[in-house]
Design a protein around this ligand. Structure first.
Ligand code: ADP
Ligand code: SF4
Length: 685
């Protein structure tokens, strides 16, 4: 198919200093949990982005020196020449597809406690590191500043040697040293690097000059700068110092990559912000410079991208998450396959990999992070290994993904769903406050499945074990999901909750069905991801008073890994939700919930009209068990393989269900070898 001429503008080349991007698609730097630890996996992942058509593909943060060591996180590393070959793997993979490779050099100043290198951190002024490590940074003297400039210059030269085309001077986010100098609150120096904005910008300016001088003849020098920290007058704002910095340095770099800070605002989830939400902050930059401007905004709509260019907001469409959810987004647009784009849902599960120091994963793209170790490709999959027919039971994320991947392999797939609607939990949960975009998990897959001649979908078809045996399919996959427990069992409680018959108990499904009665509800969250918080929001929106109780030290504790925790707790408090932390639910009484402090064991009663339990889920594995426990029945029915996937196998995230579905499809004729089902990178001795 030919591409829609409306999108031609996105495929125009862009000159960036001495190099040229073949189009306007720019994969901005993004962390991935592989970094220096898993360079082969990293190179393969970046290579797939280039293959998918991104004109520029950047690294994540790449540490330039042991004084900036963010261990245990796996970022890039260019401390000395021995780090060059690992990064050269990435530039080769990117160049193989005619794209430019960008290197984000970083020094994290007092954001790096240097747990591995054990070097005291450095900062513009003496201050505590901004993690909770019991470590303080020392103030840099002039010799330190000279040394720092030299490290940066050396790293730029190493980057050039590794084959990079674009080298960054990085002051995006409030995590890095040049930004620490610029921000007043971190800089109380009285020399020429402190005081006036001009002085505070001096180091940033010098780094740009140094980098241009070192590598500028062959590499473009980009800056990443957060024009607004969303801290009001306490920080840099786009109205004053953010704007002034761009004015001062306007023509110095070859490219401006502009964003907002901190990372949780930059990578705002769809629960808290719309596509293109940074425009009101970064929109001024282009009016101040003739150099190309890149910005982000979880852009997945090509019309929104074109609009950014035509209205003079951006020159290049920056993307981290949209390129993770669909590395082939540019190719699909170029080839007129717009409806095949797998749109990011804005959940930040991708960030959780980096936060937990493991390879990146993605809700929408199960192949993300698996390119090297499992040899998975987002657009290619092995053809079917037999003519076996396959029955998939349950059309939630796991069943839909499994059906799609099997159908792409060429299998005849029958998908049976008990309900009238497809999508399982995402169809349900996308109706909860802030989660509407999660429906994209369903929409992308249902859209593809409906176009395929080898797929039959049956709605309102609850299947029993005899049904499954009678159909005569050779392969059966069970994806029947899970339901929330009604008995309070969870991490904090391993015996039945006393008094369950004393107060009305609700689960997510009851809330979705409506009919919650009473004024004051206690939401008990021992799940710690999003569900407790969104149910509290829903109840507030419906006019109830809500107290959220959690054994954790904060609301929705796991969402620290998706950069949402602060946003969630702030929102709940602003909505009037009372939050009681470090308490477990210990019993129910007439008109009250009894909660116990996890430290003191002191308990208290909270008067309420009902309790919403968000603790564990029970796999709906009855169908699977009934089939599996009767192997003779399977044999007689001609069923040669039976597999449970997704939440009915082990309840977890939507991302895990999609991944489980994809894995089962890839492994239909060739189950994983044990004990390690994927390649492991050799460790350097
Ligand atoms: P997962 O996250 O693992 O995909 P979900 O709970 O989202 O799980 O989806 C499971 C789907 O399976 C639901 O849409 C549910 O209606 C469907 N389902 C459950 N039991 C049956 C059954 N016996 N026959 C057909 N569909 C079923
Ligand atoms: Fe988007 Fe979620 Fe995938 Fe990240 S994990 S790229 S936010 S869909």
């Amino acid at each position: 198919m030919a591409r829609d001429p409306r999108f031609d503008i996105l495929f125009e080349p862009v000159q960036i200093g001495p190099v040229t991007s073949k189009n306007r698609f720019y994969q901005v730097p993004h962390c991935n949990g592989m970094g220096y630890g898993l360079p082969m996996g990293l190179a393969a992942m970046r290579g797939v982005k280039a293959e998918g058509g991104w004109g520029v593909v950047c690294t994540e943060e790449v540490e330039i020196h042991p004084t900036s060591d963010v261990t245990p996180a796996f970022e890039g590393r260019l401390w000395d020449d021995s780090d060059i070959p690992a990064l050269a793997l990435m530039t080769e993979a990117v160049h193989a597809h005619g794209s430019l490779a960008g290197l984000e050099l970083v020094h994290n100043g007092h954001h790096s406690p240097n747990r591995y290198s054990r070097v005291p951190p450095i900062a513009p002024s003496a201050m505590a590191v901004d993690t909770y490590d019991p470590v303080q940074a020392r103030a840099m003297d002039k010799a330190d500043i000279r040394a720092f400039r030299q490290w940066h210059r050396d790293a730029a030269l190493r980057g050039k040697q590794a084959g990079f085309d674009i080298i960054y001077v990085y002051a995006g986010h409030n995590l890095c040293l040049p930004m620490h100098f610029i921000a007043k609150r971190y800089n109380d120096r009285t020399d020429e690097y402190g005081g006036s904005l001009e002085n505070r910008v001096r180091l940033f300016r010098e780094l740009i000059e140094d980098t241009k001088e070192a590598v500028g003849n062959s590499c473009a020098v980009a800056v990443r700068f957060a024009v607004d920290e969303l801290l009001g007058p306490d920080g840099i704002t786009a109205q004053d110092e953010g704007r002034e910095v761009v004015e001062m340095l306007a023509e110095m770099p070859d490219l401006w990559d502009v964003n907002v800070s901190d990372w949780s605002n930059d990578s705002l989830t769809s629960r808290f912000g719309e596509e293109g939400n940074q425009e009101s902050y970064v929109g001024f930059v282009k009016s101040l410079t003739s150099k190309p401007v890149v910005g982000v905004g979880r852009f997945t709509s090509p019309d929104a991208m074109v609009s950014q260019i035509r209205r003079g907001v951006l020159d290049m469409i920056g993307a981290a998450r949209p390129s993770i959810a669909d590395p082939f987004l540019p190719k699909k647009l170029e080839e007129g396959r717009i409806e095949e784009i797998r749109e990011c849902i804005g959940c930040n599960i991708c960030v959780s990999g980096d936060m937990q120091c493991v390879p990146i994963r993605c809700t929408q793209n199960p192949t993300m992070g698996e390119e090297w170790r499992r040899g998975w490709h987002p657009e290619k999959i092995a053809p079917k290994g037999s003519d076996d027919s396959v029955l998939v039971v349950g059309a939630g994320p796991a069943g839909l993904e499994c059906s799609l991947a099997l159908a792409k392999r060429g299998y005849e797939v029958t998908l049976a769903e008990a309900g009238a609607e497809l999508g399982g939990r995402v169809t349900c949960e996308s109706q909860l406050p802030g989660l509407s975009q999660w429906a994209r998990v369903r929409d992308y897959r249902v859209g593809r499945l409906q176009e395929m001649a080898n797929v039959s979908i049956y709605r309102e078809s609850p299947l029993s074990a005899p049904d499954v045996r009678d159909f005569g399919f050779a392969r059966v996959i069970i994806a029947t999901g899970a339901s929330w427990r009604r008995d309070g069992l969870g991490r904090a409680l391993r015996a039945p909750l006393p008094g369950l018959d004393q107060t009305t108990v609700y689960t997510r499904d009851d809330l979705m069905a409506g009919g919650v009665v009473g004024d004051h509800l206690v939401v008990y969250d021992d799940d710690h991801y999003y569900m407790g918080g969104v149910l509290a929001e829903k109840l507030i929106a419906e006019g109830h008073r809500v107290t959220l109780v959690t054994p954790a030290a904060m609301a929705s504790a796991w969402t620290e890994n998706t950069l949402e925790q602060h946003h969630i707790q702030s929102r709940l408090l602003s909505l009037g939700v009372e939050i009681i932390v470090s308490h477990r639910l210990s019993g129910l009484e007439k008109g009250a919930a009894r909660v116990t402090c996890v430290y003191s064991e002191r308990d208290k009663a909270i008067a309420c009209d009902g309790v919403v339990l968000v603790t564990e889920r029970l796999p709906k594995d009855g169908l699977y068990r009934e089939l599996a426990d009767n192997p003779d029945g399977l044999t007689q029915a001609g069923i040669t393989s039976l597999r449970a996937i997704g939440d009915c196998y082990a309840p977890a995230t939507v991302a895990a269900a999609v991944y489980g579905g994809h894995l089962a499809a890839r492994e239909l004729d060739d189950p994983s070898p044990e004990p390690v089902p994927f390649l492991r990178e050799p460790r350097r001795l």
